[in-house]
Write a protein that binds this ligand. Sequence first.
Ligand code: PLP
Length: 403
Amino acid sequence: MDTLPVQVLSKRIQRLAESATIKMSQKARALKAEGHNVINLSLGEPDFDTPQHIKDAAVEALKDGYTKYTPVPGLVELQKAIQAKFKRDNDLDFGLDQIVVSNGAKQSIANLCLSLLDEGDEAIVLAPYWVTYGEIVKLASAKPVILKAGIEQDFKVSPAQLEAAINENTKIVLFSSPCNPTGSVYTEEELKGLADVIAKHPQITIISDEIYEYINFIGKHISIGSFENVKDRTVTVNGFSKGFAMTGWRLGYIGAPKWIAKACTKMQGQFTSGATSFGQKAAAHALNSDLGPTLEMKAAFLKRRDMVIALLKEIPGFKVNFPQGAFYVFPDISAYFGTSDGTTTAVNNADDFCEYLLNEAHVAVVTGSAFGADNCFRLSYAASEEELKEAIKRIKTAVTKLK
Ligand SMILES: Cc1ncc(COP(=O)(O)O)c(C=O)c1O
């Protein structure tokens, strides 16, 4: 007879949900290993390689002996490049002591939540949201307050919705624009509306995740932190994963009020210390160089977006949004709830729908429930045009069987 182990996992880790995007990729990989031709559109990762000049800079840094520990908030050379970038692209002025480099934007967000939140605090998360936000808030013992916006409002929360959700326990407001999973981009006017609400509540810090900044199809990216009334209360999060196709390098950063930057440095100093030395040298080079390769990737994403939207719109019952950034589409497929192909169990929600697509069409996408949107699924178009065309053809064939 099995005896129960004396050791048990913490309640903290037991409460933590596994990442739905990672889970879906694992399922897709398992099906592939069984010999099925699976098209994986579940990943949040550019399908491009890191531009050569950035790789070369890392190799040079290695040759030059950049192999040691770095200062916890980052190499000064990189901090200076980030400072100049914030000024150049975002109209944000930060001192070097306000910039903290991390092992990815994900770590930056964890540093922030663990530094700012306590039990009893509330974090307003604009939904649809990136999978990790709510989990990190919970890890910090605080309560995520999810503010939902559906496809009819282009998945963007209004100032009135935000105002209604704020109370004296609200400590942070957290969102991404361009948004993962919807690709929606808050306009300058919409951001100003949110800023004006938050400005009235001095206890709130804004965490603005701008990691998709460079994959933005509306022209100039606007940072909410550039508005005068919230600039001292906004943390701007960014990183190298998306705009420079550097997901595996694990490099992110924040520009923050001094007291927050100091806290994040303290937190990171106990967890991971400074980010990888030679990677930071290459990242500085990336920011200081011409953005040509980034703009080429963006142009490719834009072309794919238009193709993907045109194809998805041909599928009956799909309500398709018109994303202005990132590399995701987020169709509403609730018209299929309550249907079945007659052989498998009924499709009653977005989880069932995605499971059905994986098994029937061998196309992996991510259920909207992972992002706080139960009627939708996320399709990443960070894949070749051929793969995208084939995947959507298969999706169309599969859903026509649902009655
Ligand atoms: C909105 C958003 N923020 C942060 C991240 C994490 O970025 P990083 O690779 O820098 O940790 C992602 C990655 O998918 C993302 O989509």
